[in-house]
Write a protein that binds this ligand. Structure first.
Ligand SMILES: [Zn+2]
Ligand SMILES: [Zn+2]
Length: 277
């Protein structure tokens, strides 16, 4: 990877586990660690990384499919961990030397050379849940929103003007209600503190579309109540054909940008851009 570009490896996404690796200059930022320790280590290895190389761990919320594998990073003494206090507590392993950064929704912080804007997302997670907007020195703006029950003004503001979006498209409403889940669980998923349907994700995209947007990744698909074709049908109705749409799978690693698109489309940072000009 050329220095100064942003590379993203989606290590898998869905209710069986979530983790996404961002590489920018000398930082390796992991968003969520929701696979068991062995699986997380194996997926990092698949993309040429390892638990020891992660510089920053961002936790969206404390559900197991987002934190269960944090123990894989226990021996990494350089790690900085970011999240809401209950999520950090849940992810932390006794005796590790991690530097803890407690986030508040709406409060922008430095994330090494990047800027991190955490924003609140409505979800039934004890202590709350966050989405992230990450701005890199070379001008990429990644909006990341998963496990999000409703589209709020705060969510729209944080995702507007991004160059890359990773947005939950959890279920197809008809499939959910006709599907095998118990009634209480269907209500939970469809609630304002549950998960976004494909139709909701399309509605959100329509609200945050901008000329800057180049790529959209649909994440956290339900393997029971959704399928890639339904997501693609729903989201491609609102996306111009110039914007790449990828459906992130549960069991496969997917990279941004795809190899054919790397340079010169995604030019390396100049010193001017890196200085924030
Ligand atoms: Zn989840
Ligand atoms: Zn959750």
């Amino acid at each position: 990877m050329a220095s100064g570009t942003l590379q993203i490896d989606f290590l898998g996404s869905g209710s069986a586990g979530n983790a996404t690796l961002l590489r920018c200059a000398d930082q390796q930022i992991l968003i969520d660690a929701g696979f068991d320790a062995a699986t997380l280590s194996e997926r990092l290895e698949q993309v040429g990384s390892s638990p020891a190389e992660i510089t920053d761990l961002l936790i969206t919320h404390l559900h197991d499919d987002h934190v269960i594998g944090a123990a894989a990073l226990a021996a990494n003494e350089q790690l900085r961990i970011y999240g809401l206090a209950p999520a950090i507590k849940r992810a932390s392993v006794r005796g590790n030397g991690w530097r803890r950064h407690y986030l508040s929704a709406g409060q922008v912080v430095d994330l090494g050379a990047c800027r991190l804007w955490p924003f609140a997302v409505p979800h039934d997670s004890r202590g709350g849940a966050l989405g992230f907007r990450i701005e890199t020195p070379c001008g990429e703006r990644l909006g990341f929103a998963t496990d999000i029950g409703a589209i709020t003004a705060e969510v729209i503001k944080a995702l507007s003007g991004c160059t890359i979006l990773a947005i939950e498209a959890n279920h197809d409403r008809e499939r959910l209600w006709a599907g095998p889940y118990p009634q209480f669980l269907k209500h939970r998923i469809a609630s304002q503190r549950g998960h976004l349907s494909n139709a909701d994700a399309a509605r959100l995209l329509r609200r945050v579309l901008s000329p800057a947007l180049r790529a959209v990744y649909a994440i956290h698909l339900s393997e029971t109540n959704n399928c890639p074709k339904l997501v693609r049908d729903a989201l491609s109705k609102v996306l111009p054909t110039t914007i790449g749409l990828q459906i992130v799978e549960q069991h496969r690693v997917q990279r941004y940008p795809p190899a054919a698109q790397q340079l010169p489309l995604f030019a390396a940072c100049t010193s001017r851009a890196a200085s924030g000009a």
